[in-house]
Design a protein. Structure first.
Length: 393
């Protein structure tokens, strides 16, 4: 299914570039710099860049449109988010995040993390705004009869028939799917920054994200087609890691929500099944899979889950052995005891904090033990795909 989705997205976006290039090759006005084909190429680059940093991408884009609208009538036609009341505060917030990231190298990690939480929340909210804003943008680019500001299939040998409605019906959802997978990958970087216990690694991740955005902007400015090809490469890579990005994004969202809302104060574990994340890959089920843990009729611990949270349900029986609840400072885990070491098997969202002994009674595991700050490092290792073991005592 993943390979089919990747092939469909890349085929449709690639076909849009091919059709646009065909239109340029047949146009009689090569001096026109606003050719529809170049608009399509620039739009693919724009969508990719905005998906990586929605607030900055939308803010800079609409500010550019606002200052290039020469008459009141042109400004009146701009979308609502082109109002300075929106993009001025947005760009100020982007600047504040840049100052925070610049100072974050010397700030203590514990002092910087609350600001990282705020930035992660901002990234998700601005992503929702960008998603709604980019549907009409994509529709306006992929519209028309092959002349003026629009693009159609007339240059590809269908001059007598206007297929723009069909092109829109196909390209708008495909474009939004491409935006979604790139946004997931970008959000996964934010979650890694949030989970990282090292300021230097935070700075490296932020520099990587900034360099990707800069490379898209520079390549698109130098040559729209080169920028579009580079954007398609980023979209393809994002499709390949979409499952990993989705699980990590959902994992981070659950942790942030529980922390910000102090959910542990009003939460009570269920006496039969409780929602939690798989802490490591078991029987081809990837880490951070979200599901409900319960005991089956044979007494085995079973995690029932749905891939992508909505597909048909599956069950994973955890390996036999002794288990215990690990109690950390910020979150807890369920550990599989193995001699002198313990393997992190399940990760408990912060809502379970202070409810560890209730889980011992519900699942009949071997008590509660402190895991301390060591668990944070082991969690980060598991996020990166490394094996995790901590002392059993």
């Amino acid at each position: 299914m993943k390979k089919s989705l990747i092939a469909l997205i890349m085929l449709c976006l690639g076909f849009s570039l091919a059709a646009a290039q065909a239109e340029i090759s047949t146009t009689a006005a090569p001096a026109n710099k606003n050719l529809p084909g170049e608009q399509i190429a620039q739009t693919i680059s724009l969508i990719t860049g905005v998906a990586i940093s929605p607030l900055m991408g939308v803010g800079v884009g609409v500010a550019w449109d606002f200052f290039h609208a020469r008459t009141p009538g042109q400004k009146a036609k701009l979308p609502w988010f082109a109002d300075p009341m929106f993009w001025v505060p947005a760009l100020l917030l982007v600047g504040a995040c840049f100052v925070k990231d610049s100072a974050g190298i010397v700030l203590p990690v514990m002092l910087k993390k609350p600001f990282d939480v705020a930035e992660t929340i901002e990234h998700k909210i601005s992503g929702l705004v960008a998603t709604g804003a980019f549907v009409p943008v994509a529709a306006s680019i992929f519209h028309g009869s092959g002349t003026g500001d629009g693009a159609s299939l007339s240059a590809a040998g269908f001059a007598a028939i206007d297929f723009s409605w069909l092109y829109n019906a196909l390209m708008v959802p495909i474009t939004m799917a491409a935006f979604f997978v790139v946004f997931l990958a970008s959000n996964a970087i934010n979650i890694l920054i949030l989970l990282s216990p090292f300021g230097a690694f935070d700075a490296m991740l932020k520099a990587f994200r900034t360099s990707i955005i800069a490379s898209i902007a520079v390549s698109s400015w130098a040559d729209p087609w080169m920028g579009a090809v580079w954007a398609l490469i980023i979209i393809g890579i994002s499709c390949l890691i979409a499952g990993w990005s989705f699980r990590l994004s959902h994992f981070g969202l659950a942790f942030i929500w529980d922390f910000v809302t102090r959910r542990c104060n009003r939460f009570r574990p269920d006496m039969v099944a409780n929602k939690m994340f798989l802490g490591r890959k078991i029987d081809r089920v990837p880490a951070r899979t979200y599901g409900k843990l319960s005991r089956d009729e044979k007494g085995n611990l079973v995690l029932k889950y749905r891939p992508w949270l909505v597909l048909s349900g599956h069950s994973l029986t955890l390996p036999e052995g002794r288990y215990a609840v690990g109690k950390g400072i910020f979150f807890s885990e369920i550990l599989q005891l193995d001699g002198d070491t313990a393997k992190i098997t399940l990760l408990l969202p912060p809502r379970y904090r202070s409810h560890e002994y209730e889980l011992v009674a519900i699942y009949g595991v071997a008590g509660v033990r402190d895991t301390g700050l060591l668990a944070a490092w082991q969690l980060f290792k598991s996020v990166l795909g490394f094996k995790t073991k901590i002392p059993a005592a």
